[in-house]
Write a protein that binds this ligand. Structure first.
Ligand code: AMP
Ligand code: GLY
Length: 437
C-alpha cells in the first residue's frame, strides 16, 4: 500500500512510526515532514493545509490511503475532497470535524443531546458579553469560537481579567476571526483526562486513557500550551469511569452526530474532566491529540492500517484492537520562550543517546540542516517517550532520556506523570461506582 500522511509534527511522527510497522505498507509519504518523520517516509513539498495539492498528489501517485491528522485540513474539508476524487482517506468529513472547529456547535450539540458539560452562554456582541460577565461568579472560562491552536481559552479569576480577555478576543482579535463569537462557561474543577476513540459512526472503541499537561510550568502554572507532556493510562480513569463515559458521553456523542447528519469516521478526542458531580466534556477534537498520541500509540499492538481500513469501511465492530498493558510517559522539550516568542535554529545533541537508553524520541519541531546537524525549528521541539511496567518506571526512564538531550535555552516540565496525590484515584472510584448504580 502507498500511504500519504498529512501533517508534520510530533503526533505525525508517532503515526508515521506506527504506520511504518505495518507489513501492508510499501511506501509512506509525508507533507513537509520533520527529520523524525523523514526516517519513515519520503517527504513531499506540499503543505499539510494545501487541499488541492494533497488531492492532486494522491490522485497522480495513486495513494491507497491518505491519513489526515491535523485539525485545519479536516475543518477545510480535505477528506471530502479526497473522497470526491476517489481516494480512501482516514479522518472525519468537514461537517463532522465541526465538532472541533466550532465551540458553539459543540456546546449546542451537548446541550441538545444532554451530554454532560459546563453551563455556558454564547455571545457575538462585546457589550452583551461584558454585561453577562458583570453578573457572573468567578473564576469563569472564556473561549474563542474557532480554531486557535489550543490557545483561545482564558480562565479569568476575576472581573478585571474577564474584561481583559473579552477585549483581547473580541476587540483586539488576538485569535483573528476565531474570536468573532465567544463562549463563556462555568469553571469546572477536577482532574482532566483525555480519551481518544476510534469510531466509524456505528461503533465507538475507546483507546487507553491518558493525561495531558497543558500549562507551561511545573504544578500547572503559567500559560496554556499545546501540551508539555502526557502519560498513559490516567491514574483515575478506571473501569467504573469508563462505563460511565461510554453510556453518558462516548456513545451519546456518536449518536448525536449521526442524528445531525454528520456521521463521524476517524479518531474522536474527548477532553474530559472528572468533577465531583460526574465526568464532563471540556472539549472535543476531531483528530488524534498531540502529545497524547505519542504516549498511546506505543501501547498499540494491532496493525494501525487495519484499524484505519475498518473505520473507513464501517467495519470497526469486527476489528480486533489490542493494547499492551504497560504505562508510557512523554516529556516535551521546548524552545526557550515557548509558548510565547522563541528562537529556532539551535543545535540539538543527545537524541541518539536518549534512544540508546531505551527511550523513543518523537520530533515535533526540529530539522536536519545541510551538514546533517539536527536543529530546532518550532516551539515544541521533541517528546521523549518511555514505556514501563508502571508509570513510575516509565517516568524515571523518560527523564533519564531528557537528561541526555541538550539545546540552548531548552525548557521542560519536571513533574510530568508525577503522582501528586496518591489517594486521588480511590476517591474518584468511590464517586463513580456510586454514579453507575
Ligand atoms: P480547551 O481548548 O477547551 O481544551 O481548553 C484548554 C484548557 O483550558 C483545558 O484543557 C482546561 O485545562 C481548561 N478549561 C477549559 N474549559 C474549562 C472549564 N470549563 N473549566 C475548567 N477548566 C477549563
Ligand atoms: N493535547 C491537546 C490537543 O491535542 O488538542
Amino acid at each position: 500500500m502507498k500511504i500519504l500522511l498529512v501533517g508534520n509534527g510530533g503526533r505525525e511522527h508517532a503515526l508515521a512510526w506506527k504506520i511504518a510497522q505495518s507489513p501492508r505498507l510499501t511506501k509512506l509519504y509525508s507533507t513537509r515532514g520533520n527529520c523524525g518523520i523523514a526516517k519513515h517516509a519520503e517527504i513531499i513539498d506540499i503543505a499539510p493545509s494545501d487541499v488541492d495539492g494533497v488531492v492532486g498528489f494522491a490522485v497522480r501517485e495513486q495513494m491507497d490511503l491518505v491519513v489526515v491528522a491535523p485539525e485545519n485540513p479536516l475543518a477545510a474539508g480535505m477528506i471530502d475532497s479526497l473522497n470526491a476524487a476517489g481516494i480512501r482517506a482516514f479522518g472525519p468529513k468537514k461537517s463532522a470535524a465541526e465538532i472541533e472547529g466550532s465551540k458553539v456547535f459543540a456546546k449546542n450539540l451537548m446541550k441538545k443531546y444532554r451530554i454532560p458539560t459546563a453551563e455556558y452562554a454564547v455571545f457575538d456582541n462585546y457589550d452583551s458579553a461584558l454585561k453577562y460577565l458583570q453578573n457572573s461568579a468567578f473564576p469563569i472560562v472564556i473561549k474563542a469560537e474557532g480554531l486557535a491552536l489550543g490557545k483561545g481559552v482564558i480562565i479569568a479569576q476575576n472581573l478585571d481579567e474577564g474584561c481583559d480577555a473579552l477585549r483581547q478576543i473580541m476587540l483586539d482579535k488576538a485569535f483573528g476571526d476565531a474570536g468573532d463569537r465567544i463562549v463563556i462557561e462555568e469553571f469546572l474543577e477536577g482532574r482532566e483526562i483525555t480519551v481518544l476513540a476510534f469510531t466509524d459512526g456505528k461503533t465507538i472503541r475507546p483507546m487507553p486513557s491518558s493525561q495531558d499537561h497543558k500549562r507551561v510550568f511545573d504544578n500547572d502554572r503559567g500559560l496554556n500550551t499545546g501540551g508539555m507532556g502526557a502519560f498513559s493510562p490516567s491514574r483515575i480513569y478506571d473501569d467504573g469511569m469508563q462505563e460511565y463515559c461510554m453510556k453518558r458521553i462516548f456513545e451519546p456523542t456518536m449518536r448525536a452526530l449521526n442524528a445531525e447528519g454528520r456521521e463521524f469516521r476517524g479518531a474522536l478526542y474527548f477532553g474530559l474532566i472528572a468533577t465531583k458531580s460526574g465526568v464532563k466534556v471540556i472539549e472535543y477534537n476531531a483528530r488524534f491529540g498531540d502529545p497524547e498520541t505519542q504516549v498511546i500509540l506505543p501501547r498499540l499492538k494491532t496493525d494501525i492500517v487495519d484499524i484505519f481500513d475498518a473505520v473507513i469501511d464501517g467495519k470497526l465492530n469486527t476489528q480486533a484492537i489490542q493494547w499492551e498493558n504497560s504505562a508510557v510517559c512523554g516529556v516535551i522539550m521546548a524552545s526557550g520562550g515557548y509558548p510565547q516568542q522563541y528562537e529556532t535554529g539551535k543545535e540539538i545533541i543527545g537524541i541518539d543517546s536518549a534512544e540508546a537508553q531505551g527511550c523513543r524520541v518523537f520530533i515535533s519541531g526540529a530539522d536536519t540542516d545541510g551538514s546533517g546537524i539536527v536543529r530546532t525549528s518550532g516551539g515544541r521541539v521533541l517528546c521523549v517517550v518511555a514505556q514501563g511496567a508502571d508509570l513510575a518506571s516509565a517516568r524515571a526512564l523518560a527523564y533519564k532520556g531528557v537528561g541526555a538531550i541538550n539545546f540552548e535555552n531548552m525548557h521542560y516540565r519536571k513533574d510530568i506523570a508525577i503522582d501528586a496525590s496518591p489517594n486521588e484515584a480511590a476517591a474518584y472510584t468511590e464517586i463513580y461506582n456510586a454514579e453507575n448504580k
